[in-house]
Write a protein that binds this ligand. Structure first.
Ligand code: ADP
Ligand code: MG
Length: 668
């Protein structure tokens, strides 16, 4: 790796800024790809109408002048000669450019063409002429204090260093698809020669990402298939059925099917690796508990992992209820469990006294040893085998794995993305559920919203209020939560108890507030998105989401899923000033599968893969939706290649691939 400071122009200050982007060395800088390109193409004057957009280059003719319109408004006017025409150019409010605008200087002007006056009102100006076809300018994600232009400069220098970035496409595949070389591709992505080579460069990098992804998925499949230590057991179906019959409700058809699939998996001597996807509120938790019971009957331990402590606690309380008639020994392990208790729990897990442990993912991964772990369930987790490998690597055991996700992925995609994981879907909702009614409102209609809230409170129902998220700025988010709290207090302080929950609170306070809300001691719960996943408070009948435009549709759907969890009519109110169409769409459907389809169509994979992108699915440039065909090809190629790779593991040409794959194996 080459340090950032080696690069011309990067001192300690700039380094700090660049690091803010998550870039720590020269190689990472080079892999910070533009998120879009501006294409500057010389306009054909003969076809332009009055006030059309124009891009034109030429030489400044004569001395530009500054004109003072009033105190705060100044403009520079000058003429440019394009060899074919002469235009007047007006440039507002850029007086600082004046010293650079000298007669004879070559410039490119972007703006609007006022045909009758033969004048261009410039919106932007670049120095230098356009190349013959088009100038392509990369635009980067960046941070305050660091312009996209300065990034180009640093990246250009970085590309001249002896950086070390592996080529991760085998040569025969490069040849097969006539791919641009890695080095050339990296260069062209940042400094494109022309549109054609930019396309080829992007194609190369996307293919590599997809190929590596599919290689990892298939490699994991190999590892899992090689696990001959999978548990096979006989499940006492009579007992399981009697457990099901004692539940306070009858399972839906889909729940029954999924339960049956899981029991069959548990009995099989192949390791279970199943994803259950079902819309919010479709009743996945109980399916998990039935699996846990079956596993308990076969005298194995279970672990249930939730993404947040709040959710873990809720599952714990639910489990205590469901298993109250059985001798199941259940514990909760969270960050607030003290050391003494922890030690006790570890000991009991190791000697087999505990049948079910519930916690967050990180806690269970730590140093927990089981006597005979038979089943691991991850709730609300985008799954990818990497995590699961990591989970049990050092324990020498191969429990069955069940993952639950409320973010349904269209089936064709799911099959490719998840490799050969089995996918079960719960599509029907429990009987008697009313559809959540969704309204899109603007802030000026806030009184309507408050009236609707009042109606719910009058019926003793509870309300979630999701506070606006302000970018990722925690301070201002906290501010906005406070503001909202004041608003709510002003409106409802006399008739309702209001609670606030946000990321900065410590666990104890969070739990207290959550349990007060669950027990109806709090009527309105204001929160940032902590409540996003899984929380179940059936008496909550309304969720009001501010700045709804800031969220992806799938997230909104998840949030909406917090209500409509009983037979009370529930409402979801989305407040925003823009994103009219997307949010209007939310009014038309309650179906998570439809929402995810819409997200797919509208914005590529949308935010479905948000969590996967970070770390698990390393796709920087490729898009699962837009490049799906390429992904399928990459899948076949990877499957074929993996055979070669594993037979010739001493071939130095394959070293880079092994390095990547090792990352999956040695994750601790
Ligand atoms: P999710 O799939 O979002 O995790 P939950 O498992 O939290 O949904 O279930 C939502 C609610 O529906 C819970 O209160 C649960 O007890 C209830 N429920 C689950 N299955 C049924 C069913 N078959 N009939 C009636 N209610 C059910
Ligand atoms: Mg759930």
């Amino acid at each position: 790796m080459i340090e950032l400071e080696k690069i011309d122009g990067i001192g300690p200050k700039t380094k700090e800024l660049i690091e803010k982007l998550g870039i720590n060395n020269c190689e990472e800088l080079i892999m910070h790809y533009p998120f879009r390109y501006d294409v500057l193409k010389r306009s054909d004057i003969s076809i332009l109408n009055d006030k059309d957009k124009i891009v034109i280059d030429g030489i400044i003719e004569g001395q530009p002048t500054i004109i003072y319109i009033n105190k705060s408004l100044k403009k520079i006017i000058f003429r440019i000669n394009t060899k074919k025409n002469i235009f007047n150019v007006t440039l507002y409010n850029r007086v600082y450019l004046f010293p650079d605008l000298k007669p004879g200087k070559e410039v490119t002007i972007l703006g609007r063409f006022h045909k009758l006056k033969n004048t261009i009102v410039a919106s932007d100006i670049r120095f230098g002429l356009l190349p013959n076809d088009a100038k392509i300018e990369p635009v980067y994600n960046t941070t305050a204090g660091l312009t996209s232009k300065s990034l180009i400069k640093y990246i250009t220098s970085a590309l001249e260093e002896e950086y070390k970035i592996d080529n991760l496409v085998p040569r025969y595949l490069e040849e097969k698809y006539n791919l641009m070389s890695k080095e050339e591709a990296l260069k062209n992505v940042h400094i494109p020669n022309d549109i054609q080579s930019l396309k080829k460069a992007r194609q190369r990098i996307k293919y590599e990402e997809l190929f590596m992804y599919m290689l990892k998925v298939n490699y994991l499949k190999e590892i899992i298939a090689a696990d001959i230590n999978a548990i096979s057991r006989k499940i006492d179906r009579v007992k399981v059925n009697s457990f099901i019959n004692k539940l306070p409700f009858k399972l839906t058809k889909d729940q029954e099917i999924v339960v049956d699939e899981i029991l069959t998996d548990l009995e099989s001597n192949k390791r279970m690796n199943r994803l259950v996807q079902g819309d919010v509120g479709s009743g996945k938790t109980i399916v998990a508990f039935i699996a846990i019971y079956a596993n308990y009957l076969s005298k194995h331990q279970s672990a249930l992992m939730a993404p947040t402590e709040i959710l873990a606690r809720q599952h714990y309380e639910e489990a205590l209820k469901i298993f109250s008639k059985y001798k199941t020994n259940i514990v909760l392990l969270t960050s607030s469990t003290n050391n003494k208790e922890k030690k006790e729990i570890y000991a009991k897990l190791e000697n087999g006294e505990i049948d079910l442990i519930i916690g967050t993912q990180s806690l269970i991964q730590e140093k927990v040893k089981f006597k005979n772990l038979g089943l691991v369930i991850t709730d609300e987790q985008h799954r990818f085998g990497v995590n699961q490998r990591k989970l049990f690597k050092n324990k020498g055991i191969t429990p069955d794995v069940l993952s639950m996700s409320a973010t349904p992925i269209p089936r064709t995609y799911a099959l490719t993305i998840y490799g050969d994981t089995d996918v079960s879907s719960i599509k029907t909702k429990p009987l008697g559920r009313k559809e959540v009614i969704t309204y899109f409102k603007r802030e000026k209609d806030i009184t309507d919203v408050l009236e609707m809230m009042k109606k719910e409170l009058d019926q003793k129902h509870q309300i979630y209020v999701v506070a606006p998220m302000i970018e990722e700025d925690e301070e201002s988010t906290k501010e906005s939560v406070k503001l909202l709290e004041e608003k709510m207090n002003k409106a409802f302080g006399k008739i309702a108890k209001i609670g606030v929950i946000h990321g900065k609170l410590d666990t104890k306070d969070k739990n207290k507030i959550m349990s007060d809300f669950e027990n109806n001691k709090i009527n309105i719960l204001i929160s940032t998105t902590v409540i996003e996943v899984g929380v179940n408070v059936p008496n909550a009948s309304m969720i009001v989401i501010f700045n709804a435009n800031m969220f992806g549709l799938s997230t909104l759907h998840q949030l909406r899923g917090r209500v409509g969890r009983s037979d009370i009519q529930s409402y979801c109110i989305l407040i925003a000033e823009d994103s009219y169409e997307r949010l209007k769409f939310m009014e038309t459907t309650n179906d998570g599968f439809e929402v995810s389809e819409y997200d797919f169509k509208e914005r590529g994979e949308g935010d479905l893969f948000g969590t996967m992108q970070s770390g698990e699915l390393e796709l920087k440039m490729a898009s699962i939706k837009k490049d799906f065909k390429m992904m399928e090809r990459a899948k076949d190629d990877a499957k074929e290649f993996i055979g070669t790779l594993l037979t010739f593991d001493t071939n130095p040409e394959f070293e880079a691939f092994f390095k990547e794959l090792k990352k999956i194996e040695n994750l601790d």
